[in-house]
Design a protein around this ligand. Structure first.
Ligand code: HEC
Length: 136
């Protein structure tokens, strides 16, 4: 084996070791972001909201979850406020509490959703942290 080949081999081994380490880091990051709470919240969202709200496109029934999220994020930067406002609306849908007044005119009022507060909070917190575009 010439010196050149030897150096080439060393470099290849070093690079692939680096790439593996990076990949592992990326995997850990994804795992840490997606918790059991998120899984539960996604289940709640799917069984209670997606019949009317498609994750990423508006339907004849209602605006998309993606559009709702952007509208609320634009107005409320902290998770606490985002969650409070969204839960407040869902418990008592009204034009006064609406962040999307045009939506009521277009689709009609949203029927009140009778879910336990904890479940609504879990859904709202999930919507703060995850773009529904990614759930499909
Ligand atoms: C029966 C259909 C229906 C279901 C089920 C439903 N929604 Fe809605 N939702 C609507 C309609 C229609 C609108 C648009 C009218 C409006 O904004 O009041 C709306 C609007 C919204 C808005 C925007 C409010 C605003 O600021 O104007 C939020 C937030 C929302 N829904 C959250 C939810 C969540 C969370 C769930 C599940 C717990 C849910 N919705 C279930 C029909 C529904």
């Amino acid at each position: 084996m010439t010196i050149k080949t030897f150096i080439f081999l060393l470099a290849t081994i070093a690079i692939s070791a680096c790439m593996q380490a990076e990949q592992q880091q990326a995997q850990t990051a994804v795992a840490a972001e997606w918790s059991a709470d998120d899984e539960r919240a996604l289940g709640l969202l799917k069984s209670n909201c997606t019949s009317c709200h498609h994750p990423n496109r508006e339907t004849v029934m209602a605006p998309s979850l993606h559009a709702i999220r952007l509208q609320y994020l634009d107005a409320y930067k902290s998770e606490g406020e985002f969650v409070n406002r969204l839960v407040g609306f869902v418990k008592n849908p009204s034009k006064d509490l609406s962040m999307m007044p045009g939506a009521i005119d277009k689709y009609g009022a949203m029927p009140r959703q009778a879910l336990p507060d904890a479940d609504l909070q879990a859904i709202a917190s999930f919507m703060f942290r995850h773009d529904p575009l990614s759930i499909r």
